[in-house]
Design a protein around this ligand. Structure first.
Ligand SMILES: [Zn+2]
Ligand SMILES: [Zn+2]
Length: 396
C-alpha cells in the first residue's frame, strides 16, 4: 500500500506490581542507592572492579567540606536544587564512595545523571531505555508518564559536577568507555543497525512509526551518535532479513507523548549484507555499499536512449493512473523526479527510477531484485518490462 509504514503494534504493558517497601522509598526526596536496607536488595552483583581500602580512603579525603554543601543549598532555592543539595548531604554523611554514585541500571558510575520526579537517579541513557518499555521508575515503579511526555531529561548538574570534580579518574574512565561505545555505534559499514520493516530506496522519503522498544533505542542511538542513519531491509523468513537494503537518513524525529515517534527519513546508499548480528534486541549487519557500474564510450548513447524511452513510458503510466491512486502517490512520495542531465552522475543513477520502483504496485521481492542491480541498463530494462505489463492490464 501507500501508507506510511508502521512497525509492529505496541504491546501495552501495564505492570501493576509496586514492589515491597514503596512507601518507605518515597519518604526520601532523593535516594542514593547503596547502604540502607531497602535499596540494598535492588543492587545487583556489580561487575565493575571493587576499589581497595586504600583507594577508598583517598576518596574519603577528597570529599566535599560541609561549607561547600551549605553554599550549594543557599545559592539554589528551587526544590530541584534542594534535592540536589540533599544528595550532597547524603554523600557527605556516608563519605564519597564511587559505589554510591553508581547507576542501579548499568552498575557503572553515573554518566549524564538524571533525577526523576520520584527522586531516583540514573544515567540518562539507562533511564531512556527503561522508559522505552514502560513509563515507570525502574526502582519505585512510580508513573513517569508526564516526565516521559515532557522529554526534559535535565542532567542533575550538582551530581555531575561532584563526579567530575571528586571522582576525576573514575569519571575519565567512564567517559572513555562511553566514547568507545559511541564510536562502535557510529561505524557505517560494521555492525550497522538494521530496521527490518519495509523496502526503502535511494532519494525516496520513508516515514516510519516507531513503536517497538528496540527500535526506539536504535533511533535514539542514531541521533545520539550523530550518524542519523540506519539500514532498512525487508524480512527474510530464513535469514531474518534480506541480503540487500538501503540506508535511511533521519531528517526529523517527532516524539509522541508516550514515547513512540514518527521518524521522517530519506533513502541513502544501497548496500549488500556481508554478515548478520544482533545488538540489544535489534539486528545489525556488516555491509558493503552498492554503486552502479558506469558505462563508457559508444554505450553511453544507447543507455541514454533507453533511459529516455523508459522515462517517457513512466510519465504516461503515472498520468493515466486513476486519480485516487495518483493523488495518494503524490501525497506520500511527492511528484515524480525530473529527468537528470547526467544519468550516470551518482552511484544510484537517476532518482526517478527509485521513485517509480517505490510506487509501482509490485511484489517487494521483485523490488528487491531491482534494488540489488548495479547496472542502470538492467534496471531500466526491468522497469520497462513492469510498465509494459501494467499497461497491458485493462482498467489499470
Ligand atoms: Zn547507567
Ligand atoms: Zn523512583
Amino acid at each position: 500500500g501507500w501508507c506510511p509504514r508502521s512497525t509492529s503494534e505496541p504491546s501495552p504493558k501495564t505492570r501493576t506490581t509496586s514492589g515491597p517497601g514503596n512507601s518507605t522509598l518515597r519518604a526520601h526526596s532523593l535516594r542514593i542507592q547503596g547502604s540502607n536496607g531497602n535499596e540494598e536488595c535492588l543492587k545487583r552483583v556489580c561487575s565493575a572492579p571493587q576499589l581497595g581500602d586504600q583507594e577508598k580512603g583517598s576518596l574519603l579525603k577528597r570529599k566535599l567540606s560541609v561549607s561547600d554543601t551549605e553554599h550549594c543549598i543557599v545559592d539554589n532555592g528551587s526544590s530541584k536544587h534542594k534535592k540536589q543539595g540533599r544528595v550532597v548531604f547524603l554523600l557527605l554523611s556516608s563519605g564519597l564512595d564511587p559505589n554510591d554514585l553508581e547507576c542501579s541500571l548499568c552498575m557503572r558510575l553515573f554518566y549524564e545523571p538524571v533525577t526523576t520526579p520520584c527522586g531516583h537517579t540514573f544515567c540518562k541513557n539507562c533511564l531512556e531505555r527503561c522508559l522505552d518499555h514502560t513509563p515507570q521508575c525502574p526502582l519505585c515503579k512510580e508513573s513517569l508518564k508526564e516526565y516521559l511526555a515532557s522529554r526534559k531529561y535535565m542532567v542533575t548538574s550538582i551530581l555531575d559536577m561532584l563526579i567530575k570534580q571528586y571522582l576525576r579518574d573514575e569519571y575519565a574512565e567512564r567517559v572513555k568507555a562511553h566514547q568507545e561505545e559511541t564510536r562502535e555505534l557510529s561505524d557505517l559499514t560494521k555492525n550497522v543497525p538494521i530496521f527490518v520493516c519495509t523496502m526503502a530506496y535511494p532519494t525516496v522519503p520513508c516515514p516510519l512509526h516507531v513503536f517497538e522498544p528496540r527500535y526506539r533505542l536504535m533511533i535514539r542511538r542514531c541521533m545520539d551518535t550523530g550518524t542519523r542513519q540506519f539500514g532498512m531491509c525487508i524480512n527474510d523468513p530464513q535469514k531474518g532479513f534480506a541480503d540487500y537494503g538501503c540506508m535511511l537518513i533521519i531528517r526529523s524525529v517527532h516524539f509522541l507523548p508516550d514515547g513512540r515517534s514518527v521518524v521522517d527519513t530519506i533513502g541513502g546508499k544501497r548496500f549488500r549484507v556481508l554478515s548478520r548480528g544482533m545488538k540489544d534486541g535489534y539486528s545489525t549487519a556488516d555491509i558493503k555499499h552498492l554503486e552502479d557500474t558506469k558505462v563508457r564510450n559508444t554505450r553511453i548513447q544507447k543507455l541514454q536512449d533507453l533511459h529516455d524511452a523508459v522515462y517517457d513510458q513512466a510519465c504516461v503510466w503515472f498520468q493515466n493512473l486513476k486519480i485516487r491512486f495518483h493523488n495518494q502517490i503524490l501525497q506520500h512520495f511527492g511528484p515524480m523526479p525530473e529527468r537528470e542531465a547526467d544519468i550516470q552522475a551518482t552511484a544510484n543513477g537517476p532518482a526517478w527510477c527509485w521513485w517509480l520502483l517505490a510506487v509501482l504496485p509490485i511484489d517487494p521481492r521483485y523490488q528487491l531484485s531491482v534494488l540489488s542491480m548495479t547496472s542502470l541498463r538492467e534496471r531500466l530494462v526491468k522497469i520497462q518490462h513492469i510498465l509494459t505489463y501494467l499497461q497491458s492490464i485493462p482498467n489499470n
